[in-house]
Design a protein around this ligand. Sequence first.
Ligand SMILES: [Zn+2]
Length: 421
Amino acid sequence: MSASPCIRGFSGSAPPAPAFSAMIPNTRATTNSRVTRLPGRGCDGGGRGQEANTRIAALLLAGGLSIAAVACSGGGAPASPSPGTQATQPDEVYGLLSVLAADSMMGRATGEPGALKAATVIAREMQRAGLEAAGDSGWFQRVPVAIVSRTVNRNGQQQTIERIGLLQDFASLDTIPAARRRRAVNVVGVLKGGDPQLAGEYILIDAHYDHVGVRANPAGGDSIFNGADDDASGVVAVLEIAKAMARGPAPRRTLVFAATTGEEVGLLGTNWYIQHPVIPLDRMAANLEIEMIGRPDSLAGGPGRAWLTGYERSTMGDMLASNGIPIVPDRRPDQRFFQRSDNIAFARMSIPAHTLSSFNLHSDYHRPGDEVEKTDPRHMASVIDAAIRAVRLLADGPKPEWKPRGRPCRPGEEPERDNCS
Ligand SMILES: [Zn+2]
């Protein structure tokens, strides 16, 4: 794929001139610098383009990055959508994505310093959005993790592997040698509902910010798995939805926004949240997760469109689609995406929980090539706009319900008897 983002669906003309470029020092051996080119408005001084530059420069600094240059490229006809056609700004989306998927985040592996740096950036954005901190330590919900030994069966042989795992509680950390303890956090913020009848219920909007870190690359070259699409793109969506909802009229139901850790290593952050919810789980009306919206999916209808995992299982998908939101059923049920992300943990608690995505099975999945340059920020901004409308409906409209046999069965349950599947 091209090194610059593919811009489609707006002007139909040539890709726009970049609004600015930011050169970020790169820790990768194969390249010395990365040029982040953002599509968007021109650089004629004032207006949102200028604001975005200043903002993203601040963000980059917040993320612990030093900026060699943040400069307008100038020239060229801006091909951004005209005001009003898109509320979410592609340049802001791309700027935030560039920070979360920068090499300095070292692939955001759970328990590693790069992930904590990403968590700090996310917390700052939640604060800027105007949310209330809802962790046990400010914005952070601490998650007790450590390197633990597990015996697994590989090719018929019992093997002991070492991997990061969730502990029962923080007291258990005391039983673990200091060198094996790790630090991990979920980042959680709340926007209180404004309707006295419904504010006691809440919608959880979440995405996982961890990825798989730095790994040996047998092919040589890049060893940092940046996870721009998986799932920095979802985190950007959560933050943009938070900003939009906080700017608009108060939602009727309360909204909880979470960036979770440990998804890639067994839903650790979500499992901890389930044991320690910031609001009791029996008051969670629905969960909308966002995973991998960085690139368009032709099976979903192309740029600006996304699919919902387990669409047919509850009334959520129909509710969104019938209100004109460009969300379609998952066209690849054989991939079992409904079961493959954080939403499944909530669904198994009987909460209607789905994931919004436009993952097109690209070959950079869990590879070093999942880079920000390969994302399409206009597509992302459009999907985020759709997600904002979806969250508004979930916040203010009827509560989604499982359809007959739509709820996933828990261990020991039987489909016929327990109305699950
Ligand atoms: Zn993911």
